[in-house]
Design a protein around this ligand. Sequence first.
Ligand code: EPZ
Length: 430
Amino acid sequence: MEQFVVHGGNPLVGEVEISGAKNAALAILAAAIMTDETVVIENLPDVRDINIMLDALSDIGAHVDRIDRHTAKINGSTIRSLSVDYEYIRKIRASYYLLGALLGKFKEAEVALPGGCVIGSRPIDLHVKGFKSLGANVEISFGLISAKADKLVGNHIYMDKVSVGATINVMMAAALAEGKTIIENAAKEPHVVDVANLLNAMGANIRGAGTDVIRIVGVEKLHGAEYSVIPDQIEAGTFMCAAAATKGDILVKNVIPKHLEATSAKLIEAGCSIEEFDDAVRVVANKPLTSTSVTTLPYPGYPTDMQPQITAVLAIANGTSVVTESIFENRFKYIDELNRMGSNIQVEGNVAIVKGVEKYTGAEVCAPDLRAGAALVIAGLAAEGFTIVDDIHFIQRGYENFEVKLAGLGAEIAKVSSDKELTKFMMKVS
Ligand code: EPZ
């Protein structure tokens, strides 16, 4: 079993290059099968979830050619199955994007029903509502969700709640529907825009992505394209928080600073200085950290995927911070682990009261999910002594070469897979 072992205390200093956005890439790979022509996707992050999505595409018969670590050539002309196996949904919920992609292209799709997950109950009622509005007959039975239509016809769809997944899924299906679809109360996240940009590059007619009203005029078919995925704003934000927690000074490269505004704003409130460049941000944390309040909200609000990482920073800031999670009900599972490292955080429902402590002390902790795992690593980087993070397979779902990038900034961190390797690392850095 692989673990991260961290010897805390070094301020992060230097430059780090951000990879492509995992959550954009997952939907983009699904959209790539919507034409019979070849689509080349660049700047894919080399992380577990992407590799699973590529396997899911191959499994239904698409031709997947991994040209290099960050580039894949997809051809959907050879698809022979419209049914996506439970194995993929179990590993990555985002394989439900194949529902919108296959329904749009073939007017039929079947995907195992995703259940809840560690961060919350994760319903898919809005996806279903959207597909039904386009004229599909959607059935949920025997653990499967199947959607079928003689033809899809554009419609006016109001999303009762802002949902990234439902917006993207409905947008994909509507791209190949007859007539005009309007999605109201759409998600505005950068990855919604990225998927719309890819679809438009493939010949779709989608306007308004990035605002809360998306207008789609269906086209008969899509064509091949070459497309590069946007940088990962959550990976970038994670490194920014790591710099803040370790009193560091880092340049985070290959980012779109606009996508990082919420994270930057909170780090500035916490006492960091942030300098924005065209495609980089510099974070300097040379003043004492101070408390602030954070509420997670859909974009452009503060991202739920950055909630654990900022909490890990605020836990060692002067004063009491209040962190409110308004998107997923179970996203404070890591707090007990953080408190084992010396923080003083109390959770009441969806609110965490974070009483800043002077420092973390290293401990062996368990990553409960992807972003919470990253937060525990951040705490370990700032802690006195050694921290061992278990269940790092969660972290590897979404962070490419996490430990290598951190080590490049001066962190003492290693991935180990045996007690022998663990002891060797500890001896080396002590
Ligand atoms: C995406 O999940 C991301 N995943 C999540 O990132 C992220 O936390 C989330 O958006 C919010 O930003 C991917 O992009 C693959 P939602 P998604 O639909 O699309 C409710 C990570 O760490 N809802 O925007 O599944 C839902 O319960 C992951 O990288 C419904 O009620 O999230 C939640 O409260 C974790 N009915 C809210 O909407 C629905 O049909 C937002 O969820 C769908 C969602």
